[in-house]
Structures are given as C-alpha cells and as structure tokens.
Design a protein around this ligand. Sequence first.
Ligand code: NAD
Length: 252
Amino acid sequence: MARLDGKVAIISGGARGMGECEARLFAAEGASVLIGDLLDDAGEVVAASIVAAGGRCVYRHLDVTSEEDWSAAVSAAVSAFGRLDILVNNAGIGSSSHRIEDEPEEAWDRTMDVNAKGVFLGTRAAIPAMLDVGGGSIINISSQLGIVAVPYNGSAYQSSKGAVRLFTKSAAIQYAGDGIRVNSVHPGPVVTEMTRASRADAERHEMMLARVPMGRYGEPEEVAYAVLYLASDESSFVTGSEVVVDGGWTAQ
Ligand code: NAD
C-alpha cells in the first residue's frame, strides 16, 4: 500500500520547485493532487506529466492572496476527487535585501500577503472540507529563516516565515480535537528557482554555504520527503511541530 492511498491533496505553488517535487511524490504515493499556482503553463505541464506517469492530478490557477481563488480551488479538488485530506501551503516569494530603513512599504506588504496571509487564507478555506471528512493534515512551508534571522535576507521575508511558524501552532491547537493536524516545515537553502540568483552570485553563495554545516544546498526531494511524512498517517501524533530540513543551519 502506498503512503497516501485514497488521500486528496492541494499543493499551492506546485508549478515548479519544491511544490512540483511534492506533487510528483504525493501522486506516486497514491494521492490525488490539485496543483495551484500563478504559472498556468508550467502548472499544466506538471499536471499532464503526472497523469502521463499514471498519477491523478489537475492544475488550477490559484493566487494564494485571493479568498475567491482559494474557495474555488477547494471546490475543484472536492468535485474532481471527492474529498480533501491534505493542504500544503507551499507558495512563497523571496524579498529584497533592503535594510529596514530602506524597505518600501509595498514590498513589505506584498511579502506578507503572499507568504503569511496566503497561508491563513488557504488554511481557512480548507478546514471546512477537512471537517467534512473527519480531519486532515495541513503542512505550512516556512523556512530556517522563520526560526533565526540573517542580516542579508530581507526582514520582510524572515518576518513572514516567522508568522507562518506561529500561525501553524495556533491552528494546530485550535483544531487538534477535530482531527486536523497542522505542522510547519523549515527548509534551509534549496536548489530551486528562488535561489538561482544567489547561487549565481559567488560571494553570496559562499556566505550561504558558510552557514550550512553540511556545506551544501538541499535538493527539493530532501524537503518533499519530510512533507510526505507529515501528510501521511505515519505522523498521526504529530501536530504543532516544526520540522527542520536545513543541513544543520539552525543547530549552531
Ligand atoms: P520557487 O520560486 O521555485 O516556487 C515557488 C512557487 O510559488 C512558484 O511556482 C510560484 O509561481 C508560486 N507562487 C508565488 N506566488 C504565488 C501566489 N501569489 N499564488 C500562487 N502561487 C504563487 O521556490 P521554492 O524554493 O520551491 O519555494 C517553495 C517554498 O519554500 C516557498 O514558500 C519558499 O519561501 C520556501 N523556502 C524556500 C527555500 C529555498 O532555499 N528555495 C528555503 C526555505 C523556504
């Protein structure tokens, strides 16, 4: 039996990067998956390739800052696959590296809207469908930078990821009695589009690597397996926890 047999999942930001990797892994483990993203062409390609490999997957346009889009995505998952068991709030954006006195208000707001409010809106939209089936698992993708700060990565990004960490615990204790588990995952630097520019900048790259005791970036699969564990019934006594997948960054 596969680890997610019979389960239905929504993954935000699943058109590329870690979200795409989780979508492929979930489908391979028996889940039916709805991918939501802004990148419609890429999302359609990922969904089609999962289906071609024998999985169950649909793509739907989803802006995580839109309450209407979330409501439509949950309805679409339930109408395509009959229920909703898992939500991965994975969509996120990086922020500029301004010092605080130079940070434009709009940049702060945009980062908080996508990374923090998007997680709230997704969670709020998914809960009724999960209550309908007696529970579920919500996994919120924070960051190692939701636990500790660095001077060169924007304060908006770090604040948004810190908000995700505590929102997760708040939701976990509110819904623990309803069978809905809520956990956060904290990747360290991972090889995706989000880190392409910093990996290409030799000085910045060295600065990042110097903070990772394992001395390298992670691969999307190394995070996806932690998300899979939290999504599956193997983690049935795990809620409100923060799973760190950071090569040791936060251990020092
Ligand atoms: P990525 O840029 O490759 O993928 C992010 C996806 O989110 C993209 O497909 C993008 O289109 C989508 N997205 C952005 N804004 C959206 C919106 N408003 N609505 C819907 N979708 C939207 O990045 P990634 O590295 O795969 O990041 C995935 C998550 O992991 C993010 O939350 C990120 O902050 C977090 N994270 C990344 C790293 C890293 O080093 N890559 C480290 C820690 C945490």
